[in-house]
Design a protein around this ligand. Structure first.
Ligand code: PEP
Length: 271
């Protein structure tokens, strides 16, 4: 299989945006711009706030888009006020979630260990975790990018490896996305700042992530792994990003709130 055979994945991270009344109009506007047959080239995922998941599922299912949460807790149940479990997500048909988004790490003190536990819990519940990693501006400036990204990844991958095989998961995975796990490289300094990584910077870290994954899970699995870029991806830079050999899609915040723009970005994806 050549690298170009990995199907692209464009994931919109709505963050704490999109009111209920906006959901259906969003999908109408999005679908008006999305090219017919584009689903052959790109899987499209919307990570919606918890309270909007049902409406987002209802609007997107018939149109063939996947829906994910933005977070979940690693425990199965209990005294965790304000949290939502993996089973609660699968109860309503959600089969994907972001894990370890930098805003969760930064504002809600999520540690590498918590991110690893969430990843394991997601996998155990047949939920595809989109695991976010990335360095801060200070870390990049001090030359620590690879050290930070490998620490974040290895904490997750080792926890997954200790928990059981990833390899069998596709066989029982019933969701919209066929991956067992997706990685998103999101340099923290590029998120919501308008400052995107250059194509070279992004490709360099994506290639590194694939290598770290290969060292732990083997070449075949790492070759199939979809690695998304996130950090001010937009109409102007998406085609260049998607043309990089190890960039398999995007995790898109701000630009995913504009349905026509996000659909145009999805139209840029080629298999
Ligand atoms: C994100 O929220 O994951 C993100 C990448 O945001 P933005 O595209 O706005 O930088």
């Amino acid at each position: 299989m050549s690298a170009s055979k990995r199907k692209k994945l464009l994931a919109g991270n709505w963050k704490m945006n999109i009111r209920l009344a906006e959901v259906e109009p969003f999908f109408t506007a999005f679908s008006d711009v999305l090219k017919a047959g584009q689903s052959d080239h790109v899987d499209i995922l919307f990570a919606a706030p918890f309270t909007q998941l049902n409406a987002t599922l209802a609007a997107s299912r018939a149109r063939g888009f996947a829906v994910g949460a933005q977070n979940m807790h690693f425990e199965a149940s209990g005294a965790f006020t304000g949290e939502v479990s993996a089973a609660m997500l699968t109860d309503i048909g959600v089969r994907t979630t972001l894990v370890g988004h930098s805003e969760r790490r930064q504002y809600f003190a999520e540690s590498d260990e918590a991110v690893a536990k969430k990843t394991v819990t997601a996998l155990a519940n047949a939920i595809t975790p989109v695991v976010c990693v990335g360095e801060t501006l200070e870390e990049r400036k001090s030359g620590a990018t690879f050290q930070v990204v490998s620490r974040q990844l290895e904490t997750v991958f080792k926890a997954v490896k200790n928990h059981g095989p990833l390899a069998n998961r596709e066989a029982f995975y019933p969701g919209d996305l066929t991956d067992s796990i997706v990685i998103a490289y999101e340099p923290v300094w590029a998120i919501g700042t308008g400052l995107s990584a250059t194509l070279e910077q992004a490709q360099e870290v994506h290639g590194f992530i694939r290598k770290v994954c290969g060292d732990i899970f083997g070449a075949e699995f790492s070759f199939r792994l979809r690695i998304l870029y996130g950090g001010s991806a937009n109409l102007a830079n998406i085609a260049g990003l998607l043309a990089q050999p190890d960039i398999d899609g995007g995790l898109v915040g701000g630009a995913s709130l504009k349905p026509a723009d996000f659909a145009t970005m999805c139209n840029a994806a080629k298999r």
